[in-house]
Write a protein that binds this ligand. Structure first.
Ligand code: EPU
Length: 357
């Protein structure tokens, strides 16, 4: 086991923020992880699990031991009359895994193409796009408890998936004596492998405005999985910045939900507000629209700015040179200013999506 010291993290986070890890171990197998947890010097050190670094904002050097998830492998576990069950190691690049499933003829992940990050990070925030969320295709996962060293597996119900949310984002609740109680697993679980059940027969998930537009333009009524995959890639490439050019962590805020009364109140003032009724009766508002309406597109704090084509995405304009690179502090100052202005105009508190480290 190699413990790397003072490791530059800029290439390991898609925001391209300059920071260092005091100590970092690349975890390529379960056995290596158990070695770390059995090591007398490393066992007591707090740990931070890093996947593709696509959903984090680094605000300084990382003092906990960074465990970089690099467990690889992808395979068909079984094929039943109702589904293909496929598995991938946590370190696999999400998009490459999606592309592989389609090449193999295992369909159902195409709407989630081109989401940055790794397979192991995907369940943490229940990634979603174009009408499909990870939880719709999730079967189970394997993980290691970083406190006890125990291996465990979780099925969907145990992951408490919500909108960009899961058990892995919540700290364990504490009882009256301050002892951990309940199932929050934030900071505790190292996800090693994830399995997906891809339902048969395959049916395209359409109905999203951008996809309907593409269908109409091309006159395609029933797209193939490959066509749908290609459309999603084209739509995302046109709308979202490439992190190799402009550092970013995808959507920076969650889309907020409000009551129908709150929504009616906002519509009375801003009839154009983009809103979607949810199955539970609440109304989801497009955070990008709210930010855009407050005039934020293109505005900056230092080299952290609001993306010109999608106000929900904050970008680091200076990744090419450490001297011009946005800091995590600048990103957070910009984020707080946006939150304040959206609150002042609409009375809505936006919640950041990435994890602030
Ligand atoms: N809009 C504006 N101005 C903007 C941005 C958006 O008016 O600057 C409007 C759009 O015109 C549209 C609406 O807001 O009517 C929603 O925009 P879009 O369809 O681009 O989707 P989104 O709500 O901004 C969500 C996810 C994305 C996902 C897309 C597609 C969240 C926080 N974001 O974005 O996920 O790719 O839908 O399904 O739920 C991510 O989580 O990192 C992410 C990129």
């Amino acid at each position: 086991m190699l413990v790397e010291k003072n490791v530059p993290l800029q290439p390991l986070n898609t925001f391209g923020i300059v920071a260092r890890a005091h100590q970092l171990v690349r975890v390529r197998s379960e056995a290596q992880l158990h070695e770390v947890l059995a090591d007398a010097a490393l066992r007591p050190v707090p740990k931070f699990v890093l996947g593709g670094g696509s959903n984090i904002v680094l605000t300084g050097d990382v003092k906990p031991l960074v465990l970089k998830a690099e467990i690889m492998g992808r395979r068909l576990v079984e094929e039943t009359p109702r589904a293909w069950v496929v598995e991938a190691g946590a370190g696999e690049v999400w998009h490459d895994f999606v592309a592989w499933t389609i090449e193999q003829g295992f369909y159902g992940l195409e709407n989630l193409a081109l989401i940055p990050g790794t397979v192991g990070a995907a369940p943490v925030q229940n990634i979603g796009a174009y009408g499909v969320e990870l939880q719709d295709r999730f079967e189970s996962l394997d993980a290691v408890d970083l406190e006890t060293g125990q291996n465990f597996s979780l099925r969907a119900a145990q992951c408490a998936f919500g909108y960009r949310d899961s058990v892995f984002k919540h700290p364990p609740a504490l009882d009256a004596d301050g002892r951990p109680r309940g199932h929050g697993l934030a900071g505790r679980a190292f996800i090693t492998r994830v399995r997906f059940a891809l339902p048969k027969p395959w049916r395209p998930v359409l109905g999203y405005a951008d996809l309907e537009r593409r269908q109409a333009e091309l006159g395609v009524d029933q797209p193939t999985p490959q066509q749908l995959f290609d459309w999603i890639c084209e739509i995302r490439r046109a709308k979202l910045p490439d992190p190799r050019v402009l550092g970013n962590a995808g959507s920076f805020f969650k889309n907020p939900t409000v009551t129908p009364e709150q929504c009616a109140d906002i519509i009375a003032r801003d009839p154009k507000i983009v809103h979607y009724p949810m199955p539970d009766g609440s109304i989801k508002l497009a955070a990008g629209w709210l930010i855009d309406a407050c005039g934020w597109k293109g505005k900056a704090v230092g080299n952290a700015s609001v993306y010109e084509k999608q106000a929900l995405v904050l970008v680091n304009k200076g990744i090419a040179d450490p001297a011009t690179c946005a800091t995590g502090g600048e990103v957070m100052t910009l984020a707080k200013a946006i939150q304040t202005s959206v609150y002042e105009r609409f009375g809505i508190r936006l919640e950041p999506e990435p994890v602030v480290v």
